[in-house]
Write a protein that binds this ligand. Structure first.
Ligand code: ZN
Ligand code: ZN
Length: 413
């Protein structure tokens, strides 16, 4: 029995969740879908489900690890500053015309780890610049979009190098199906419950109007000042085209915007950070007035420093997010080497760019108005995990009172 035959029911449900919950694809809406060829068992189901949901035209664009590696192995130096700008301009045009966007991830997250770092970085930069017109429409949440994942063999091997292939894929699949809530009969109803739980948390936090959050834990005593007029987000949210979607399948976090000049103290990461094929371990940093003034790591410190030197905003925070230690991804105890999973395993902070939707009326604010409220700006947005079973968090009210938010890694109430 193949993997696909064995798990047909879960794959059917995952496709259903991706289209009905993740995208909430509308009658007549077009869809641009990207994913790896290894994920075809899921991608075929997503396309079928999309047409059943009333899709206009679904345009799939598939990639492959071997095709990607062929460039690094065989291409001349001139190749690495190129990117398909024409394709991304077309995608931007599709979004402008109302198309939704679906991404299926599944490739080995460390695929390029053994390739020439300079070529990887040049190709990455060229691609980011070319992708900008399309990414802006996603980042500004102009359309409904979503990411879901498929347990490909190469990703499973990366996570479980000591297991036989079949067992590794089974283990990753189990984690993906559980976290995506497709291990139960009615996953759409399970997502409605989950979204309601996250909404209750964001409502409570938005009523509190905390000025800051104070994190304590092993190696951590950190006060994260929150931006003026910040808003907490989590779970389902409404894109500017009016469609309520779940951009991340899975998602466990509630998150908001810190004030770029008001974080103070020191913090120790609770998990390694997988960044562009490198693993940065035991990160410890100290903030003064929102800026990282000291940074250490036991492994990958040079990569961390390079990241912090990207621009001024790279040393400041653009996101703070709360995730209880009991979340299913955290309970798996696994490092996935993939932000979609790893950031949903623990409370985290992100260096770099903030989200405009994490402000009250954020969609109407100009970049200057966001900066005035303390929102950070940068070319990067990199999440890293600072929460664990010993994390305590207090909310600090504008008049200095402390309200318990987390105790021992869990919601205090
Ligand atoms: Zn986050
Ligand atoms: Zn983030």
């Amino acid at each position: 029995m193949t993997f696909e035959e064995k798990h047909a029911a879960e794959l059917d449900r995952l496709a259903r969740v991706a289209v009905r919950v993740g995208l909430n694809l509308q009658q007549g809406q077009d869809l641009v879908l990207t994913g790896p060829v290894t994920a075809l068992p899921l991608i075929r189901r997503v396309v079928a489900e999309a047409y059943e949901a009333g899709a206009g035209l679904v345009t799939p664009i598939l990639g492959d690890e071997e095709l990607m590696l062929a460039r690094y192995r065989n291409a001349g130096d001139h190749s690495f500053d190129k990117a398909p700008g024409w394709l991304y301009e077309g995608m931007a045009k599709a979004f402008e015309n109302g198309a939704a966007r679906m991404v299926i991830v599944g490739d080995d997250p460390m695929l390029l780890a053994e390739q020439d770092a300079e070529k990887v970085s040049r190709a990455g930069k060229a691609n980011s610049m070319a992708y900008k017109p399309a990414l802006e429409r996603i980042a500004n949440f102009e359309i409904n979009w979503s990411i879901a994942s498929y347990p490909s063999l190469s990703w499973a091997r990366r996570m479980f190098p000591d297991l036989p292939d079949d067992a590794a894929v089974e283990k990753l699949a189990h984690a993906i199906f559980a976290a995506s809530r497709v291990d139960r009969e009615d996953p759409v109803a399970a997502w409605a419950d989950h979204n309601a739980t996250l909404r209750a948390r964001t409502n409570w936090l938005n009523e509190q109007r905390f000025a800051a959050l104070h994190f304590t834990g092993p190696g951590t005593d950190l006060t994260v000042g929150l931006a003026d007029g910040h808003a907490w987000q989590g779970g389902a949210s409404q894109a500017r085209n009016g469609v309520i979607c779940n951009p991340n399948i899975p998602t466990e976090e509630v998150f908001t915007t810190p004030h770029a000049a008001k974080t103070q103290g020191h913090v120790r990461a609770t998990k390694p950070l997988s960044h562009q094929g490198s693993l940065i371990e035991d990160i410890e940093v100290r903030f003064e007035q929102g800026r990282i003034v000291e940074a250490r790591a036991s492994k990958g410190e040079a990569v961390l420093r390079k990241l912090l030197e990207t621009d001024e905003g790279a040393r400041r925070l653009g996101e703070v997010a709360l995730v209880p230690h009991s979340s299913p991804i955290s309970q798996s105890g696994q490092l996935f080497y993939n932000t979609l999973y790893d950031e949903n395993a623990a409370c985290h902070i992100a260096l770099g760019q903030c989200y405009s939707k994490c402000f009250v009326n954020g969609e109407k604010l100009s970049p200057d108005e966001i900066a005035e409220r303390g929102g950070n700006a940068s070319l990067i947005h990199v999440d890293w995990m600072i929460g664990g079973p010993e994390t305590d968090i207090d909310g600090i009210t504008p008049n200095g009172d402390q309200v318990p938010v987390f105790r021992q890694g869990e919601w205090a109430s």
